[in-house]
Design a protein around this ligand. Structure first.
Ligand code: URA
Length: 239
């Protein structure tokens, strides 16, 4: 489920040379005679940068036609955030046939966690979303077994040391909503992070539901298991 690499950006002459089986010199001639189009416009520069989603034709023949896909899914409980699994249903199994072929998950949720999951075939986008240099806030609603107290707020804000990874968690904003429920805002996603943080208080997480990633909120019209494409505003504005 590894995201595709950044190397999907390449120079147009290199792309044409390898996809049409012609020399770079021949590509110059093709460009000069206007026979190559990128996204519907005649291309003229050999060093124009194209990517995996550029629509590229030579004499009207399509060399590349791959649409970028960005989906939000309301993940139900009991489904694995993976593209394949031997035992359990995966989030890809929830998508219409062929929709999920090419997709990977931008930020997993645990088996029993629910809510907003983003899927895409755009590795650059998902890497940017996961980048530590550009932390994107994620918002969760949680219910727990034992009553919450003010101590949680400070402990979560201070960060907790996890010896296994030898890291201290970044500050988490915890807002108590009721005795047994809270909203959490965090900018990282360590393995089982929220459950482990409540584990320090011997308090079991009963439900964990993600409601937002950056500027994208879970669409309330999506029932568990449903999904929809992101709008262009959501794609561009998530960071
Ligand atoms: N933290 C967890 O413990 N589980 C999740 O699914 C997400 C964050």
């Amino acid at each position: 489920m590894k995201a595709p690499g950044l190397s999907s950006r390449t120079r147009l002459d290199r792309f044409i040379s390898s996809h049409a089986g012609v020399t770079r010199g021949a590509v110059r001639a093709l460009l000069a005679s206007g026979r190559i189009e990128v996204n519907g416009r005649a291309a003229s520069e050999i060093n124009q940068v194209v990517d995996q989603f550029s629509h590229i034709t030579l004499d009207g023949q399509v060399l590349q036609d791959r649409a970028a896909i960005y989906l939000m899914l309301n993940k139900p409980r009991g489904v694995v955030s993976a593209t394949r699994d031997e035992k359990h249903r995966t989030v890809i199994d929830l998508l219409d046939a062929n929709t999920g072929n090419d997709l990977h998950i931008a930020g997993r949720l645990d088996f029993n966690s629910t809510g907003l999951l983003l899927l895409t075939n755009d590795g650059r986008w998902s890497r940017r979303l996961a980048s530590a240099h550009n932390p994107v806030e994620k918002v969760y609603r949680v219910t727990v077994e034992h009553a919450l107290t003010e101590h949680y707020i400070e402990a979560f804000a201070q960060g907790m040391y996890f010896p296994y990874e030898n890291i201290t968690t970044r500050p988490v904003t915890l807002t108590i909503l009721s005795d047994y429920s809270a909203e959490l805002r965090l900018t990282e996603g360590r393995y089982h992070q929220i459950k482990r943080m409540f584990g320090r208080f011997n308090n079991k997480v009963l439900t964990l539901h993600r409601i937002a990633i950056g500027n994208v909120s879970l669409d309330p019209r999506l029932t568990a298991g449903q999904y929809r494409p992101l709008t262009q505003i959501e794609v561009d504005g998530v960071f």
